[in-house]
Design a protein around this ligand. Sequence first.
Ligand SMILES: [Zn+2]
Length: 370
Amino acid sequence: MYRLTSCFPSFFRPFRTLERLITLSNNGKLCREMSTYVRDTRAVQILKENDDLCKDALERGVFTVLYDMKPLLVKATGRRGLSIPWWDTNELMQKLFQLRMDPEAILPQCVLLNGCTEQHTTRFAFNISSKNIAGTKDVPSDLQTQVEETFGASVFNVRKALFVVSPTEGQLMSQAHSLLSWHASHQFCSQCGGNSTKNLAGSKRRCAACEAEHYPQMAPVGIVLVSHEDKCLLARQKQFPPGMYSALAGFCDMGESLEDTVRREVAEEVGLEVDTVSYMSSQHWPFPHSSIMLGCNATVRSMELEVDKTELEDAQWFSLPQIQVALMAGPLGFDHSKKTSESIPLWIPPREAIAHQLIRNWAEKKLKSL
Ligand SMILES: [Zn+2]
C-alpha cells in the first residue's frame, strides 16, 4: 500500500476540507441557505481559479482515465451498457506505480470536471498518452494492454462510447475528452508562440512570455430539423453508416445569429428557403474539436430539393409513419457490411443524440395534432 503523502510530499499539501471550500464559495453564508447544486458549483468555480485549493481537491478527488484520448470503461452494473469507473487518489497512485509512471508528472496534467459526485467529491480526468511519455520511466510497447489490465477497464472509441453510457456520464466524458484534447493541442501561445502552461484545474492556459491568458473554446453548430406540413427532411453524408439519415447541421459563421446559420445552411445544403426557425435545446459534442450543438426546428415554403452533392450524399422527405418505424426500430448499429444499401431500412441517430431528440419531438407533436 502506497502512502500518498509520504510518496509525494512536494505536490500535495495539508488537506483543506470541502466544508472550508464551501464556506469560501458562500462568502461566509450558512451552507444550508443554498441548494446542493449551487454549493457544489461554487466550490468547483473556486478550484478553477485557485491552484492551491485545487491541489487539496486533487488529494480527495475521484479520477477517470483516458488512454490516447479514449475513455476507459467498465460494464455497467444493474443495467445494459457501459459505465465510467472512478478511482480515488490512493487507488490512482497505486495503479500509476504499477505502470511505473510518476504521479508528480501525470497529476498536474489532470483537468477538473464540472459538478461533483453525490458525495460532493470533485471529479478529475487525465489522459495517459502513448506519444507523450512525460512521467513514464520506461515506455512498454504494449502500454494500452498494461493500462487496461492495471485499471481493470477497457479502452473505447469515444464516438461509440458516448451512446452506451448514461446521459450524465456522456456529458462528463464529452467534457473530459474536449478539455484534455484542447490542452494537448494548445501548448503554445497564439499571440507570441511562447510556451503556455495550464492552471491546475485546466480551465485556462497562460503564456509565460507575454502573459496572455487563453481559455478553452468550442464551435457553435446549428442542427436543424426542417419540416413542411406532415413531412420532415433528413439527409446523410457519405461517411454515415449505411441507412442512417439525420438532421441538417453546420457551423455558425462569424457574425451570424443562430437563426442566420439555420437559414444559410438549409439554403446551401438543400436549396430551400426557411420560413420559421425555433430553438429547442442544445448538446455538447466533442467533435471535431469541441462543439455546442444548438438544436432547432425550421419550416420551409416549398419541398423542391436541390441537394448540394459536395456536402451531402442524399436528402429526402420522410412521412410521419416512416419516422415512427425508424423511432421504434432504434439504431441498427454499424455492422451492415453484408447488406446492400437498398436493403437497409431508414435508421436515425440513437436516443442520446440531439438529432434523435429533434426527430422524436417533431413526431410526437405531429401525432398529437392528428
Ligand atoms: Zn504569448
